[in-house]
Design a protein. Sequence first.
Length: 586
Amino acid sequence: MAQPLNVKDDTTARHPRAFEPVTRVVTAVLSTLGKRPVKHPGTDRLPTRRATAGPGKAAPLLALTIVSAVALSACAGGQVRTPASNSAAGNSTFVYATNNNVVTDWDPGTSYSNEIIAMENIYESLTFYDPATKKVSPRLATAWTSSADGKTWTFTLPGNAKFHSGRALDATAAKESIERTIKLDGGPAYIWASVSTITAASPTSLVFNLKYPAPLDLIASSDYGAYIYDVNAAGTTDLKSWLGKGHDAGSGPYTVDAWQQGQATELRLKAVPDYWASWKGQHYQNIEFRVSPQVTTSWQLLQRGEVSFLNKVNPQIFEQAQTTSGVHASSTSSFQNDLAMFNTASGPMADIRVRKAVQAAIDTDGLLAALKGDGVAASQLIPAGLLGYTPDLQLRQNLETAKSLLSEAGYGPGGKQLTLNLTYAQGDSDQQLFVTLLTSALNQLGVKLNAQPMQWNAQSAQARSTNLDSRQDILVFRWYPDYADPYTWFLNLFHSSQQPHFNVTYLDDKSVDATIDSIPQLTATSRDQAQSAYATLQATLVQDKAVVAPLWVTKYERVYASSVGGYVDNPAYPDVVFVHDLTPGS
């Protein structure tokens, strides 16, 4: 997903992050607000999605998406409730503070944005990605097998799972759920593109027959689009309308208690007493999601014991938190990176010498220093921890090389004046730092950079303009995957398509397309060959064709009450706290 939550529109067809751009942009903006980009093409899940502030999920766009203010009903079809009154964080309530609206879409079949932080506590997927082992582990499914050719997958369900509605979560219910998600064809539906048919062979046996080999165990752990839900939860009422009023159809440990968009405490979840996976030991009985646009305010609330967890903070607060009594701070490298996408189809960047000159002008070392721990070096396109990662290939500034390339292209002393147009996520301070450094470097080369901060929708509209001369030369956004696999970077960002969507480099290369298309099968049948294919793709895109400049990988810096036990930051599920796994302290 691109920037910190950019939300993608329906016109993005089946691209993995069709709705994420806005989400990522939102993420990016949110990140910026807390000194940290969010998902969405440009965004962060904007990109904060699917790109964060970039093609994917949108980042901290501070409320890019507006949800109708409706009081939520109790999940199991109970009474309509209003949000609980302000309550301090305590042993029974986990309070999550965020600077962005929480819910943009209540439908688990189409949800592709900020609400992931709540949905992952309400709904469950068949499998779960474990960052410690870097492997898929059981969630709803207790076991799974695949055929030798990777085209038939069988998942075993536990037999005792049930939805909040009381309906048994058996193979038929899981089949109906996934088939509805595919039929709705929303932003995250693309993850099931390899599926040909689904069969409930028995109440506990779910069989998938695929069109081509694919790592379905990994796909089934996706942060979006993989939720299993009760399609009959609304009875005779339209399910989407019913869900939109604040009901849920999940099977997870928590259910919706109250929701009021626009209120300080936007959403409250409560524990499901008869949760099928049990409540052994001490657990939080409630979760509150509190919206606080100012990170300094959230930090004060945490110190007063009114908040349990801050998902985004600035470097100053993070440093202070490390020496503050009663507070813990954690830092984790993410699967989310910021990219500078180059226009290869029109304008001066259509000349590869200009693109390589801009790459050579980027001061990545200076940028990382300026980010003050907010990011780590980007080695090619794929972040560490994912298949295809190749270390020690960070871009390095070389102004002499840049000057020589520009001279060859006819720019510089005695040549033409070069002016480049760049757009980035409005409100994203990290991207602003990059722009400031690049402006200075290019100025030394006699190049003028016109940089404009914009919300993702405006950036996307400019990038898709039919007037090629009006498109930006450089578009900066944030991206992250829907599941722990790098395929979405390449399918969404560099595969040719009739409409640019997230391929704002406008690359149209049949050889690149063929390599991208071969990867799902290689990932399912030969990870060594997939690793090699990714290495080739990255060298082609970054070095040979210079269509993109990987800038940095976001580092998640969280601050939370020391009374919170068992917290683990899982980069496969951006900003999500799996509250059922926590132990409340005194």
